[in-house]
Write a protein that binds this ligand. Structure first.
Ligand code: C2E
Ligand code: MG
Ligand code: MG
Length: 694
């Protein structure tokens, strides 16, 4: 795309254009360059720009090799025509990058071949008059008081006088320009006359008689009389409006960040607009990401700018390596980047890329022999939901970026109404979940489990809670499924297991009889890694007898891969760990399977217990489950017992154990201790006997 534009600009330009590489080899020229120098395009393209330079003294090469992007340099010299003649030119050299290759754009402007100071035009008057009249430029001359003495027809037209003769005796204040412009011109005349030096190539915007404004390039040279005294000014104006537009456009196109070589903001916007136009046609989604390095300033301040610069280059390389060919990464300012992902298939593709980028930046950077650790924050905005144009998207992505920074660094955020709020909340929650473990935001609650017949405390179920720094307490019902989906459940589950064993050990050490802590197990934990080995090593490390640990797994958890799950459960059971089926009745509840599961207990789901005293069906189901468990020699625990009526019902049907608000809500470890003390407890073997008035 960029190429087509340059091609267009080059052909459009009225001046000779050359594009060459840093060895001077010509890569591109326009028609004007060929006709100006009398060569075919192919002939020119097989040569070096230095061969076309009349001086051939190496100055040109020196100039271009010192160029930096965005800082063009002008050079006055001459080009060599094929026939040997010299064409005086002013060449503007500008460095830009194409596909990371540095190229030089040389724009030549033919100069009026006059050698100042010029003698008053009294000789060969006719020749000069014809020349002046036929030049494509605006030509005029004034006396030492800036009073016009003559001009060519071009000039008369823009000055707003009927013919060149009518200009005689007028000053700039009588012509088409504004007062400020007239003042500017008179000031330049004074400088030329007082200093006796020509003024070359000053650019000036000017109002013309037609009402339009034009950009002019002024050349003014002092005129001397026969005695050698300066008595006037000869001026040549060149209308460079089009050339200026061309240059401005090229300038935009050639703007790259000089340190990293990445496109800068302007080019980024250009590409984004193009991607949006395409996406709007094809009804696609585009993502704009802003990425900001966290605490980069600290590195700059403590290790110095050189290290900072070096680091930015390495970061650039690393980030670029993570992207696809049609993605764009651009440099915004000091330590921020913007990314354009022009073809996003699903709305969660962008967060995935963001997570990938953050992950790659988390690896240390080796700079000057030392390892530097970095993190970044990312904001994401999506087209079309978060904005219709590049500017809005970048702005909204930056808003999201700021949120990411506020909520703790090293994370990404989607701009608020990017998706429906549930998906958004989920996405952000998922991101937070990754770091919640590191930040120690999880806590465990313990809910007592009681023997129905005598109220003996037999154990507690460990239930995890998440203290989110902003949202407060988040229910496991909300985050456990997410943790399972993302895999966070594996380290989280390990933490719960270890923490539960540690707590059980603390209670044992404080003289309590052995009670069993039951830990909920997600299917994924059973599938990933060697879970039985993990259980074994945690029990050893925490020095806890296996009988003090229970695991609860749902039927559906086992059913994901029945044989593997059964094998793993057998191994765990062999360690002496107690196993139960959680939420029984809500899953497959297949008796034939249940027979194969190496479990000790079934836990009847709360949804059946809730209505046992009012719903006949539920009462029947609960009675059947208790009877079935009896047949299979399994213990039964009823969950969610809230009333004494429910308890009575269960006790009458010989349900062994209960758990529920009727006994206690889940409690923090300290409160569980207090609960234990509050009830009169006696020791019976290694079971805590804590009698309730049931
Ligand atoms: P669950 O294993 O069936 O846990 C029982 C849930 O019922 C707990 O909810 C508990 O607070 C609640 N509950 C207990 N008694 C009563 C009652 O009398 N009335 C009412 N209304 N509710 C009662 P919680 O703590 O919100 O946990 C919900 C689920 O989250 C758990 O269901 C379990 O599936 C999962 N979960 C909790 N902690 C963990 C964990 O560490 N790992 C895994 N994988 N899952 C966990
Ligand atoms: Mg449970
Ligand atoms: Mg349950």
């Amino acid at each position: 795309m960029e190429d087509c534009r340059i091609r267009y600009l080059v052909d459009y330009a009225a001046d000779p254009f050359f594009v060459h590489n840093l060895s001077g080899q010509l890569m591109e020229v326009n028609q004007e360059a060929c006709s100006c120098l009398g060569y075919d395009r192919d002939e020119i393209l097989s040569s070096n720009i230095e061969q076309l330079d009349a001086a051939q003294d190496g100055t040109l090469r020196q100039l271009w090799s010192r160029l930096s992007p965005g800082e063009p340099h002008n050079y006055i010299g001459a080009l060599k025509h094929r026939d040997g003649s010299q064409i005086p030119v002013e060449i503007r050299l500008e460095l830009y990058h194409k596909n990371s290759q540095p190229l030089v754009l040389a724009m030549a402007r033919r100069l009026f071949d006059a050698q100042p100071p010029v003698k008053t035009m009294n000789r060969d008057r006719e020749v000069l008059k014809a020349l002046v009249e036929n030049l494509p430029h605006y030509v005029f001359w004034k006396d030492q008081n800036s009073v016009y003495q003559g001009c060519n027809s071009h000039f008369a037209r823009i000055a707003g006088v009927a013919s060149p003769d009518d200009i005689l005796g007028k000053t700039d204040f009588d012509l088409a320009w504004t007062r400020e412009e007239a003042e500017f011109f008179r000031q330049r005349d004074r400088e030329v006359i007082q200093l006796g030096l020509p003024l070359m190539g000053v650019e000036q915007t000017q109002h013309q008689a037609s009402g339009k404004t034009a950009t002019l390039r002024l050349t003014k040279v002092p005129l001397t009389n026969d005695e050698g005294d300066i008595d006037g000014v000869l001026g040549i104006f060149e209308n460079i409006t089009k050339q200026k537009q061309t240059q401005d456009r090229l300038h935009l196109l050639s703007q790259y960040d000089s340190l990293t070589g990445l496109p800068n903001q302007t080019l980024f916007r250009d590409r984004t607009e193009q991607a949006l136009a395409r996406a709007s046609r094809l009804k696609e989604t585009v993502a704009v990401l802003t990425l900001d390095l966290d605490r980069f300033n600290t590195i700059n301040n403590t290790l110095g700018r050189a290290v900072g610069d070096e680091l930015l280059k390495v970061i650039t390389a690393r980030l670029s390596g993570m992207l696809r060919a049609d993605d764009t990464i651009a440099k915004m300012g000091g330590d921020s980047f913007t990314l354009l992902l022009p073809t996003i298939r699903q709305s969660d593709d962008a967060p995935r890329v963001a997570a990938k980028l953050l992950e790659s930046l988390a690896q240390p950077f080796r700079i000057q022999g030392q390892d530097l650790y970095l993190s970044a924050s990312v904001g994401i905005a999506l087209y079309p939901s978060d904005g219709q144009d590049a500017e809005t998207l970048v702005r909204n992505a930056s808003t999201a970026l700021n949120q990411a920074k506020e909520q703790g660094r090293n994370s990404y955020r989607l701009y608020a109404p990017a998706m429906n709020s549930r998906a958004l909340g989920r996405m952000n929650l998922e991101n937070d979940l990754y770091r919640a473990l590191e930040r120690d935001e999880f806590i465990l609650n313990f809910q007592p489990q009681i023997e129905t017949k005598n109220g003996t405390l037999i154990g507690a179920e460990a239930l995890v809670r998440w203290m989110h720094p902003i949202r407060g307490l988040v229910s496991p019902v909300e985050f456990i499924p997410l943790a399972e989906e993302t895999g966070v459940i594996v380290p989280l589950g390990e933490w719960v297991l270890r923490q539960s064993c540690r707590q059980a050990r603390v209670w044992l050490d404080s003289g309590w009889p052995a009670i069993r802590i039951s830990v909920n197990l997600a299917a994924r934990q059973l599938r990933e890694g060697n879970f039985p080995a993990l259980v074994k090593s945690i029990l050893e490390e925490e020095n806890l007898p296996a009988s003090c640990l229970g695991l609860e797994i749902t039927e559906s958890g086992i059913m994901e891969d029945v044989d593997a799950a059964i094998d793993a459960l057998k191994e765990i059971k062999a360690l002496g760990v107690h196993l139960s089926i959680d939420d029984f009745g809500t899953g497959y509840s297949s008796l034939s399977y249940l027979k194969r599961f190496p479990v000790d207990m079934v836990k009847i789901d709360r949804s059946f217990v809730m209505d046992i005293t009012s719903e006949k069906d539920d009462a029947a189901i609960v009675s059947a489950v208790i009877a079935m468990a009896e047949t299979l020699s399994l213990k039964v625990l009823a969950e969610g017992v809230e009333t004494s009526e429910q308890l009575e019902f269960l006790r009458a049907r010989n349900c062994h154990k209960i758990q529920g608000y009727f006994i206690s809500k889940p409690l923090a470890a300290d409160d569980f201790g207090a609960f234990y003390q509050r009830h009169k407890c006696a020791i019976n073997g290694d079971t805590a006997v804590c009698s309730f008035q049931l």
